[in-house]
Design a protein around this ligand. Structure first.
Ligand SMILES: Nc1nc2c(ncn2[C@@H]2O[C@H](COP(=O)(O)OP(=O)(O)OP(=O)(O)O)[C@@H](O)[C@H]2O)c(=O)[nH]1
Ligand SMILES: [Mg+2]
Length: 408
């Protein structure tokens, strides 16, 4: 599984409905006049953060999001129907990017936050709109504005609920493979796991995401071994499971080494509640197990669980303890989120030009096009650019070169 959930979505807003051309025809009403209604707006595309989703998996299956088109106008000056909006429900924490995957459009960090991603097209005016004293029977109506289309990239950072920490060969990957459907590489040499691996664990009614992190050794905070950069993934975990290899000789020393690395890493990792477990009990004689467990209890000052990742003994108890820790942390987080999201943000990511600005932009584009066309036969790009600029500024009425006097 990936730490980052990414989905690509093709979104399009609805087009506006066309205006209608119609005339009023009634038995005793002469010259009934234009009677065509306006088309209505197409639907917008919105994204909304909801807290009952955890992944973007829905958008692997539904990659096209389309809002409805606006209805066309009808006779008797009836306006068309409004196009329905399309609302993309995404998990809280989803970021929405442009097609390049780098330009951020919106970051939906709280429950209920909404963003308008694409605006629907406006409806066209019907012919009733164009009647005037001099044109009492207009035979034209506006078409509806087309909707917009865009490719959007959705990104969600998956946050592991629990992290597995320990020396290399402590049996972390074996544990993850035992309790989840993840299949990390397992081997009896140190640093088998080079990248964090995720698995989804189900125990009783709970499920949570468990991360298998690469092994730590003494001096990891100074970059020894694979360093401690992977500990960043454990920073936001609700619980830490510290596995100690029971077949080793210096159990207490091993435990303390890892603790020192956690403290040295900082970011509150040292203060995080950890569940300590002695692993590989299938390979330890019972008398030795009691001794080692006591030594570990003394070193950690906490209850020590015993388990075997290979035989599965003691695993459910540990999972239940983890699930308890995680649900406590989740409840705390939900309380904080509730306080934050009492006033969710709703914003529009489709800044629209005012009518005056839009008309100005259209005039400018037209003038530029005209100037370019008329300078097509002028040689040299510099002359052409100068003439275009001058024409736009209104200094030259025609960009065509006036014939020289001598030539006349
Ligand atoms: N007897 C016994 N062996 C185990 C147990 N768990 C893991 N092992 C063995 O210990 C070795 C290392 O296991 P891994 O799961 O790869 O250990 P790891 O902690 O992921 O190691 P790195 O990825 O290198 O940090 C493998 O040979 C496993 O078969 C266990 O419960 N009992
Ligand atoms: Mg491993």
């Amino acid at each position: 599984m990936k730490f980052l959930d990414v989905a690509k979505v093709y979104a399009s807003s609805g087009s506006g409905g066309n205006g209608c051309i119609a005339f009023r025809r009634e038995k005793f009403i002469e010259y009934g006049g234009p009677y065509g209604g306006d088309g209505d707006r197409g639907g917008d595309v919105w994204a909304e953060a909801v807290d009952n989703l955890n992944t973007l998996i829905d958008y692997r299956f539904q990659q096209h999001v389309k809002a409805k088109n606006g209805g066309g106008g009808k006779g008797k000056v009836m306006t068309g129907a409004n196009g329905d909006d399309a609302i993309m429900k995404v998990p809280v924490g989803t970021q929405i990017y442009e097609e390049d995957g780098e330009t951020l459009i919106a970051d939906l960090a709280e429950n209920g936050a909404r963003v308008k991603l694409l605006s629907g097209g406006n409806g066209g005016f019907g012919n009733a709109h164009f009647k005037s004293a001099t044109n009492q029977a207009p035979r034209h109506a506006n078409p509806g504005q087309p909707g917009e289309e865009k490719i959007l990239i959705l990104k969600l950072k998956l946050i592991a609920d629990a992290g597995l920490i320990g020396m290399p060969n402590a049996g972390k990957s074996t544990f993850l493979a035992r309790v989840s459907a993840a299949r990390p590489k397992i081997a009896d040499y140190p640093f088998t796991t080079l990248d964090p691996q995720l698995g989804v664990v189900k125990i009783d009614e709970n499920d949570f995401v468990l991360a298998d992190l690469p092994g730590l050794i003494e001096g990891a905070h100074e970059g020894v071994g694979l360093g401690d950069r992977f500990l960043g993934h454990a920073e936001r975990c609700g619980a830490i499971l510290h596995l100690v290899d029971g077949t080793g000789s210096a159990i207490a020393k091993t435990y303390k080494t890892i603790r020192r690395e956690l403290e040295a890493y900082g970011h509150g990792l040292g203060d995080k509640h950890e569940i300590v477990a002695l692993n590989k009990i299938d390979a330890i004689p019972p008398a030795e197990l009691t001794k080692k467990r006591k030594a570990l209890e003394k070193a950690s000052g906490a209850k020590v669980f015993v388990l075997s990742g290979v035989s599965g003994k003691g695993v459910p108890d540990i999972l239940r303890a983890l699930a308890r820790q995680i649900s406590e942390r989740r409840a705390e987080r939900a309380e904080r989120a509730q306080a934050r999201s009492s006033n969710p943000r709703i914003f529009d990511a489709t800044p629209r030009l005012s009518l005056r600005d839009a008309a100005k932009a259209k005039r400018l584009a037209k003038a530029e096009k005209l100037a370019l066309e008329s300078t097509d036969n002028v040689k040299g790009p510099d002359v052409k650019a100068k003439l275009t600029k001058a024409k736009l500024r209104g200094k030259v009425t025609s960009a065509r070169r006036t014939p020289k006097k001598a030539a006349r």
